[in-house]
Ligand binder design. Structure first.
Ligand SMILES: NC(=O)c1ccc[n+]([C@@H]2O[C@H](COP(=O)([O-])OP(=O)(O)OC[C@H]3O[C@@H](n4cnc5c(N)ncnc54)[C@H](O)[C@@H]3O)[C@@H](O)[C@H]2O)c1
Length: 340
């Protein structure tokens, strides 16, 4: 097997980028991280993640914004990566209603800068994060990559959908092998403070009430972060190739007919009721949550559920951590991290 040695990862101070860098370093890759340490949530958590990675001599990082294409080009040209994995983004569904401009700058301009650098450096494979939010108002579940996803409900989803379209054009024009992942509600240790699990555990331990949207009638395909980064690791080796004829595109494959470009769901292939998820947290903490039942939030969707069969066909891998096990691992980490 030809193992690519050098991987440039954006968003390494972030939740998923941190876990991915850790996995790839453990597997012997040399990793260069890139992160702007934005203050969307507690920067100390980001610094702690980077400090952890910097314990490896195979890791170095550039602290700069994606919009700063000169700093980015410098870092990429100097490192000469075989692979680029672009995870840095302004994330979050709800914040995109308050501050849409941050999404245009980070996700549209920033992703364009990464694509340009990838093209100039002729990387073997460009892999980038999209989101299940691009399925928007789709109701047919589980969501498959080949179905239309033309009804984004937030500017966050719209910027990620734009990234998919931008990446397809670059893959086509420059024969740049590109994989876009659609992630589904990722959770686990070192997780994001703006996401439900962190907020719930933090509030329950402090005796504060938790906001339960849509009166609890919500379903999510929760994906444990170790499963997710294992899937990304395996997809590195599954670079798409431009098909010579339509017969090269397998049943259910999202491979473009005109470009080395593919979209892959990374989800748990299951949906969990929000109330069951909360119950798992309560059981693990041994505390009942004070629940504040609320209406659905603007831009939110009642359910997500991934068809992850394409991932399995491409890599032989299927995410497998149960949500109870994942919640237990998160709480173990959180108690230690927050000293609660
Ligand atoms: N966590 C999830 O459930 C989830 C679900 C779907 C998609 N995603 C996508 O996965 C990727 C990683 O998400 P995450 O959960 O690790 O988020 P995160 O916010 O923890 O990490 C993103 C990192 O990118 C950095 N960043 C943001 N804007 C930047 C900019 N303009 N320039 C430089 N750095 C910048 C931040 O400082 C942060 O460290 C994102 O693209 C996100 O949209 C995440």
């Amino acid at each position: 097997m030809c193992v690519p040695q050098k991987v440039f990862i954006t968003g390494t101070a972030g939740f998923i980028g941190f876990h991915l860098a850790r996995l790839l370093l453990a597997e012997g890759y040399s990793v260069h991280g890139f992160d702007g340490m934005t203050d969307y949530y507690d920067v100390r958590l980001k610094q702690r993640r980077h400090q952890h990675l910097l314990q490896s001599t195979s890791f170095a990082a550039t602290e700069a914004m994606l919009e700063d294409h000169e700093r980015m080009d410098e870092a990429i040209d100097a490192f000469q990566p075989d692979i680029i994995i672009h995870l840095a983004a302004q994330a979050g569904v709800r914040y995109s209603i308050e501050n849409p401009r941050a999404y245009i700058n980070s996700n549209v301009v920033g992703t364009f800068n990464i694509m340009e650098a990838a093209r100039r450096n002729g990387v073997a494979h460009l892999l980038m994060a999209s989101t299940s939010s691009v399925y928007g108002a789709n109701e047919d579940m589980p969501f498959t990559e080949t179905e239309k996803a033309d009804t984004p409900l937030t500017i966050y989803a719209a910027t990620k959908k734009a990234n998919e379209a931008m990446a397809h054009s670059y893959a086509h024009l420059w024969n740049l092998p590109t994989t876009m992942f659609r992630f589904f509600t990722v959770y686990g240790p070192w997780g994001r403070p703006d996401l439900a699990l962190y907020k719930f555990v933090d509030a329950i331990l402090d005796g504060r009430s938790i906001d339960v949207y849509n009166h609890g009638d919500m379903y999510r395909d929760f994906t444990y972060v170790d499963d997710l980064v294992r899937a990304i690791r395996l997809l590195i080796d599954a670079a798409p190739r431009r098909p010579a004829s339509p017969a090269d595109i397998g049943e259910g494959d999202s491979l473009s007919p005109v470009a080395p470009f593919r979209i892959v769901n990374i989800g748990n292939n299951d949906k969990v009721r929000l109330l069951d998820f909360i119950e798992a947290i309560e059981d693990e903490l041994g505390i009942k949550a004070k629940r504040n039942y609320m209406d659905m939030q603007p831009g939110d969707v009642p359910a997500t559920w991934a068809d992850a069969s394409l991932l399995e066909r491409l890599t032989g891998y299927r995410p497998q951590t149960s949500y109870r096990e994942g919640v237990r691992n998160f709480i173990g980490w959180y108690r230690d991290y927050a000293g609660k």
